[in-house]
Design a protein around this ligand. Structure first.
Ligand SMILES: [Zn+2]
Length: 371
């Protein structure tokens, strides 16, 4: 049992809330206790009944309930602009959903547009979020074009409070960066104490497979998954790890979806390299059988990377258990079925990639480890 703040404020201007009889779960312990909240801050935590004599404005009875700290989702895409549409959650609806599911902080991605600066990207995303988000938020910067913003611009981002730099090895023509860019960003990041995050997929080979599939008339949603095989995620993850090792840089692989990529992360960590891996609930719970659904139904499952095999699901659960993966985020990027996913009704390459998840991550993980 511990107390966060022994000195309770004598004068009080804000509302005091007391949560009683709950089962408190922290990173280091779990126990029965009462929580006193003053305004928006936890003022004290103590044994049941410890605050009974205090005057409070609201008492919440948490009998039979767990009380967790607010969760952090480090990978969301609110109001994400894609060529033909925009993700259906903005910073207001998306953060309300997050709060309903126990997530009190998100870190979203400010994407550099080709030809524009990193500062432009950060400002654009601040404008989307400011005054709308109902929970705390921060940003990573996605770098797409070093010609428009040389890697020294990363230093200004660190000054602005953004220390994580995302690179995509997929989507040639829009987001994909080449190996030179990856290496230059890694090298700069190592110098300034940043962390580089990569979306690991071999975008060039995938692009060929996609073009061949479309040319052969294979335009159903299931071909989204068939043209993005797991082994090409593993290849890109290993390439990023190799370049990071050469640059002496820390690396974080986003949305690890398969055993191929997981094993590269695990092997790097065994060598003592500063490499971390993230996965998402969809890669733990859903599998590629969803792409066999009749008609256009399987478009609901079109995200990148796609769902993998049941064996991959099991490998990822084991990876979490063995701490080979460190983070579960959501990659929250929802699109309505009607009017948005339907953009790809006759061509899977036009289906906006993404799934919701920000509201359900905490409960899905709880259920996953409880059973
Ligand atoms: Zn993402």
């Amino acid at each position: 049992m511990f107390t966060l703040n022994h000195k309770l404020p004598g004068k009080r201007f804000s509302m005091r809330t007391l949560i009683t009889n709950g089962h408190i779960v922290t990173a280091i312990a779990d126990y029965e206790g009462d929580i006193l909240i003053d305004g928006e801050k936890v003022a004290a935590v103590s044994v049941p009944g410890a605050f009974a004599s205090l005057q409070v404005d609201t008492v919440l009875d948490a009998q039979g309930k767990y009380i967790f700290p607010g969760a952090i989702d480090v990978h969301t895409h609110m109001e994400l602009p894609l060529p033909a549409t925009v993700a259906s959650d903005d910073f207001e609806t998306g953060t309300i959903a997050a709060a309903c599911g126990g997530t009190t902080t998100i870190i979203d991605f400010a994407n550099q547009q080709r030809g524009h600066t990193l500062a432009d990207a950060l400002q654009t995303w601040h404008n989307k979020a400011d005054g709308k988000a109902v929970i705390d938020y921060g940003f990573h910067i996605t770098i797409t074009d070093l010609a428009a913003a040389p890697e020294t611009a990363m230093d200004d981002m660190v000054t602005a409070g953004v220390t994580t730099f995302k690179l995509l090895m997929a989507y040639p023509g829009t987001f994909m960066v080449d190996d030179e860019t990856i290496y230059r960003v890694l090298r700069r990041s190592a110098k300034i104490g940043g962390l580089v995050m990569v979306h690991a997929e071999n975008g060039i080979v995938i692009d060929l497979l996609v073009r061949e599939a479309v040319a052969a008339g294979h335009t159903a949603p299931g071909f989204h998954a068939l043209t993005r095989p797991a082994i090409l995620e593993g290849e890109a993850a290993q390439r990023a790890i190799t370049l990071a090792a050469f640059a002496d840089a820390a690396l974080y692989i986003v949305h690890v979806s398969c055993a191929h990529a997981l094993h590269t992360v695990a092997a790097a960590r065994v060598k003592g390299l500063p490499v971390w891996g993230e996965t998402c609930p969809q890669y733990l719970y859903l599998n590629d059988s969803h792409y066999a659904s009749p008609g256009f139904e399987s478009a609901k499952f079109v995200c990148t990377p796609p769902m993998r095999s049941i064996a991959d699901n099991e490998a990822l659960w084991l990876g979490l258990q063995r701490r080979e993966l460190q983070v579960v985020s959501t990659d929250h990027a929802p699109f309505h079925f009607a009017g948005q996913k339907e953009l790809g009704l006759h061509d899977f390459t036009k289906i906006p990639n993404g799934l919701p998840g920000v509201e359900h991550r905490v409960v899905l993980l709880y259920e996953g480890v409880r059973t």
